[in-house]
Design a protein. Structure first.
Lengths: 121, 113
């Protein structure tokens, strides 16, 4: 069974940085797209970024482009999200998720429980 | 504002059938991308409910079914149960200059009366 566990969230001031991690178990990540999705308290799901299995392609929502960087370590089975120039509006629960096929358009088959990021002065 | 449009809420009595619509455009659902549905119980991460418009992953109850037509999709829940009370999200893809992006609906809260 696939398990995804996020970490690295916390309280940071506007303009600050955080690095989120997502450790995977029960699966080897080398074949699959991985994603970051966020959710503000009481609001809906918002896609943030995704990365291809071999890291040759990354994509970002316009709201984070140029500030966030997605990466992965397939040896350590871990996904990362480097978040710089953080804004108050980046406050949310951040989920990692995986598409369990090589398809570019597959579903987000499995999700973690999320890590909370709070941007506040 | 979400790219895909869902009703904010639907409700039904136990045993009833409810449907949740998901309306997109020719840039996403209408472009041929599949629609996937997720259930999110309070305080938990989302769970895949339907993939590729109509397919139920292993372990998902047959009371859940999906359909797609043109630029819209629907999720139906039959024999509504108290445990179905949750938020439901549709998801598809949309072409962009940097490649196909993931898009979600705004979510629909299902209340069992």
């Amino acid at each position: 069974e696939v398990q995804l566990v996020e970490s690295g969230g916390g309280l940071v001031q506007p303009g600050g940085s955080l690095r989120l991690s997502c450790a995977a178990s029960g699966i080897t990540l080398t074949t699959y797209w991985m994603h970051w999705v966020r959710q503000e308290t009481g609001k809906g799901l918002v896609w943030v970024s995704r990365i291809k299995s071999d890291e040759t392609m990354t994509m970002y929502a316009d709201s984070v482009k140029g500030r966030f960087t997605i990466s992965r370590d397939n040896v350590e089975n871990t996904l990362f999200l480097q978040m710089n120039s953080l804004r108050v509006e980046d406050t949310a629960i951040y989920y990692c998720a995986i598409t369990l096929s090589a398809s570019w358009y597959g579903p987000l088959d499995s999700w973690g429980q999320g890590t909370v990021v709070t941007v506040s002065s | 504002q979400s790219v895909l449009t869902q009703p904010p809420s639907v409700s039904g009595a136990p045993g009833q059938r409810v449907t949740i619509s998901c309306t997109g455009s020719s840039s996403n659902i209408g472009a041929g991308y599949g629609v996937h549905w997720y259930q999110q119980l309070p305080g938990t991460g989302p769970k895949l409910l339907i993939n590729g418009n109509t397919n139920r992953p292993s372990g998902v109850s047959a009371r859940f079914s999906g359909s797609k037509s043109g630029t819209s999709a629907s999720l139906a829940i039959t024999g509504l149960q108290a445990e179905d009370e949750a938020d439901y999200y549709c998801q598809s893809y949309e072409s962009s200059r940097s490649g196909p992006h993931v898009v979600f609906g705004g979510g629909t809260k299902v209340t069992v009366l």
